[in-house]
Structures are given as structure tokens and as C-alpha cells.
Design a binder for this molecule. Sequence first.
Ligand SMILES: NC(=O)c1ccc[n+]([C@@H]2O[C@H](COP(=O)([O-])OP(=O)(O)OC[C@H]3O[C@@H](n4cnc5c(N)ncnc54)[C@H](O)[C@@H]3O)[C@@H](O)[C@H]2O)c1
Length: 274
Amino acid sequence: MDVPGFAVVTGAASGIGRATAAAFALEGAAGVALLDINPHALNDIKREIEQALANGKNKTNPCRLEIHPLDVSDEDQVNAALDAIAQSFGRLDYVVNAAGIAMKHSGGAAFVQTPDWQRILDVNLNGTFFVLRAAARIMLEQAPIPSSARDGRPLQRGSIVNFASIQGVVGIALSTAYAATKHAVIGLTRTASEDYAKDGLRINAICPGYTETPLTMKDPQVFAAMQERVVSAVPMQRIGRPEEIADGVLYLAGGRSSFVTGSALMVDGGYTCR
Ligand SMILES: NC(=O)c1ccc[n+]([C@@H]2O[C@H](COP(=O)([O-])OP(=O)(O)OC[C@H]3O[C@@H](n4cnc5c(N)ncnc54)[C@H](O)[C@@H]3O)[C@@H](O)[C@H]2O)c1
């Protein structure tokens, strides 16, 4: 996947962020910083990745793992964490914004509670922006590096992958705040990618479809409704696995996507092609 550099993953304690952090480590990243609001789960996933590295084919991979508990909706915490990681690793090559929360609003847009609306915007949109801003400031200052493909591709200064969703391009009932934030993440990705395309800093979004993670499985009613919907609305007629989304993230982050910026990659079993 051409990800030999240093990665930062938010939302790394669960679901897709967790699978993404593990994938970077197992695909040869020099270091992975795991960020999440849940410190206990961060410790568990770090141990899990260390174990996977020890059991893996490439036992000599010296991948450095760091954990940084933080709330992405707090800009001071975000700035401090990203500065500390850049100091410790020496540079930031791939920054993945996977932290996110979701909620259905009973009764739809007319009945959304303002605190619910605000919290979802704070985490999904402001959090993504704070991490993107802190990462871009650091990446713009660092020297660009060649792709490990070594085929003469232009140098890459850094790569940021934001998490949108199928709800970044379509609406789903009762998802007022969530769908609004995911549409906004695609807008943020497009405008920021324009700002730095010429500087070797690429910014893309990934749009997962229904994926088996605690976000979708912890509420049995939500999970049952999703399973029903999958049969009629997803051409592949199945739910995705976190590892399948992580593969899309690594493609967008690494040197193999050297001519891709400002894109929104659908990884959704065909949901949005209908
Ligand atoms: N699972 C799906 O079907 C699906 C579909 C489309 C998009 N997504 C998006 O993928 C991303 C990952 O979702 P997931 O399904 O793995 O969810 P998840 O609930 O399994 O993981 C989300 C992680 O984000 C962390 N987090 C939440 N608020 C935070 C905050 N303020 N600061 C730091 N960390 C915080 C949580 O602790 C958790 O570890 C999210 O952005 C989500 O919107 C998921």
C-alpha cells in the first residue's frame, strides 16, 4: 500500500479507526499514533497491534506505537497532541480523521434537540476541521518525500483522509445532524484540497457504507433496521467489514494514490450507484 511513513489515526479505539491503525502498522508504517476519547480501549488496541506485529510475517517491523487520549472537539487538545506526535515521530505523513458519532432523531428534523445537533457538529465537523488544520500546518512545513514505489512519482508532503459517509452524498431519514456533518466534511475536503494541491499535500474523503462496528451494532434496533435495509438497498446485499474500509483509507493515504486529491471515495457495496 506504500505507507512507510508515520500515521495518525483518530477514533483509533474502535471499529474502522481501530482497523485502520492496525492496517498501517501491519503494512509497514514506521509509526502509528492512536488517538481517541476512550483511553482504556486505546491501551487494549495498542497491545492487540503489538501482538499482531509479533505474530506477523514481518517480525522485524519496528513500527512505533503511541497513544494519545483526547477529545477531537477540543482544539487545544488537538493542537497539543499533533505537535507532540510530530515532535516525537519527526514528521506526520498520513493523518486519518475517523473519530465520529451518530444519532437518529426521533420524529426527524422538526424535533432535533439543540444539544444533540451541537454535539454531533462539534465532533464530526469541528473535530475533523481541528485535526485537519493542525495536521496541515505541520505537513506544509516538512520536506516532501518520495514514494516507496520509486518510479519517479512526484514527492508527497503529506496526506489527510477525512471520514464522510454514504450520508455525505445522500440523506437517510432521522439522521439530520449526522448527514449534515458528513456532507460538510466532503465540502471541507474539497476546498482544503484545492488550497494545497500544488504543495504535495493531498486531502481526500472516504465514504463508507453500512459497516459492522460498535457505531452500528451497539443498539439492537438500529442494527436490525440496518440489516433489513442492506438487503434492499445495497447491491452487494451485505454489510461491510472495518478492514475493507481501512484498505480504502490506506490507498488514499499512501503513495499509490499520488494523483488523487479532493476526492470522495465510496466504499459502500454499491449503495450510492443506485
Ligand atoms: N460504521 C458505519 O456503518 C459507518 C458508515 C459511514 C461512516 N462511518 C464513519 O466512520 C467513522 C468511524 O466509525 P465507526 O463505525 O468505526 O464508529 P465507532 O463508534 O466504532 O468508533 C468511533 C470512535 O471514535 C471515538 N470518538 C468519538 N467521539 C470522539 C471524540 N470527541 N474525540 C475522540 N474520539 C472520539 C470513539 O470513542 C470511538 O472509538 C466515523 O466517522 C463514522 O461516522 C461509519
